[in-house]
Design a protein around this ligand. Sequence first.
Ligand code: FES
Ligand SMILES: [Fe+2]
Length: 434
Amino acid sequence: MNSPENVMALARPWGCPPLRNVPILGDQYTSREFFDREWSSMWTKVWLLMGRSSELSQDGSYQMEEIGPESFIMIRQKDGSIRAFYNVCQHRGSRLLFNNEGISNEIVCPYHGWEWANDGSLSQVQDPEDFIDGNPCDDMTLVEVNCELFAGFIWINMDPECISLKDYLGPVWEEFEAYESHDWIRGPSSTVDVNCNWKVPQDNSCESYHLPSVHPQGLKWIEHSYKYCHFDWCEEGHNRMSIPMVTPSHSLTREELEVDDQLREMLEPWGLKAEDFEGREFETRQTVQSVKRETGSERGYQFDQLFDDQLTDAYHYNIFPNVTVSFAGSEYIGLQRMRPHRRDPERHYYDNFMYLSHGAAARIGATKPEERRFFKYGTDLMNREIADQDLAVSTGQQLGLSSRGYSGVRLAGQEGRVQRFHDVLDEYLEGSRP
Ligand code: FES
Ligand SMILES: [Fe+2]
């Protein structure tokens, strides 16, 4: 599975603890009982990527995000730190904020108007003398959760006893740091309400076996042969994949080789002409790497800590349980996050966010974060072809997963990361993690 070209992946192998091969059955995607076990034994104990710290630009800037039955407020403090609170009023339980982002002077509960300061303290209530146990402002605060910042993202953990985010991320930490992506700017971003279990697109994101059938348009600019890709997973529960890009696939025949329009678009920004690669199409990738290395910094890119293959290839990290961060040749991050619905196992919120590197943002003139769009699956498109194609197969798969005629997976070797994801989930459910 390892190509000699994947220098970086081979230089730092992740170890691949043995697979346990727990069964992966249809009812794990449909059953309310399984869904509830996931919530109590896993979601409430893991670090969750919930916000983007670089987008909280001033004192009082906040983001609000929901996951399962919970909702969290992440808010910039006067001292520059960010704190996270359950989005619930301590008077009688109303949700406090309903916007996904904004700037708050104070958080005013929509029900009886209690005023919560941005640091979670209670600053004002009506009729304080009417509380027999004393003024609530003297002893009540919002309920805080663990919050850490890394790679420009806000991570929270509901478990008061949790390990540090750095220990949780393991080898991911150092590899993300090398991209210096903490202030990459938000590009096209969508949240789609989809009728399938959160694990359906999560599984999809843990394998590239579907590339030839679901994303055939990539055949001439991204490797489709698993023999030239690298897959592994680490003790901490995460997995990764590197796929050569800016190259035709080795699954093409000699006669099929050409520089198509999409590959041409990857060459031209670097002053390279498609015609010059006729008959030597497999040299595009390394040529782009060389030109990027030579001229990238003057165009705003930061490559100092990256290996050559990271300048072109997809480095795709599945952070347990629900986030995929895919560095696309140091041009941008494609981030997918699957958030379970409040109570319906056959529904989730699929987030697809792009974060542009400085060089890519400069090239297209992007200066401020793009508006995040929200819609129900089927009413609109993300206008990101690959993500739209992935969701299109997810809803059909969900329908089949509840069939009496389906008895569980039969995985190819290159789908080992799917098995590993379910093995790790099972370890949470049985209590051997965290
Ligand atoms: S529930 Fe918030 S003030 Fe009453
Ligand atoms: Fe896909």
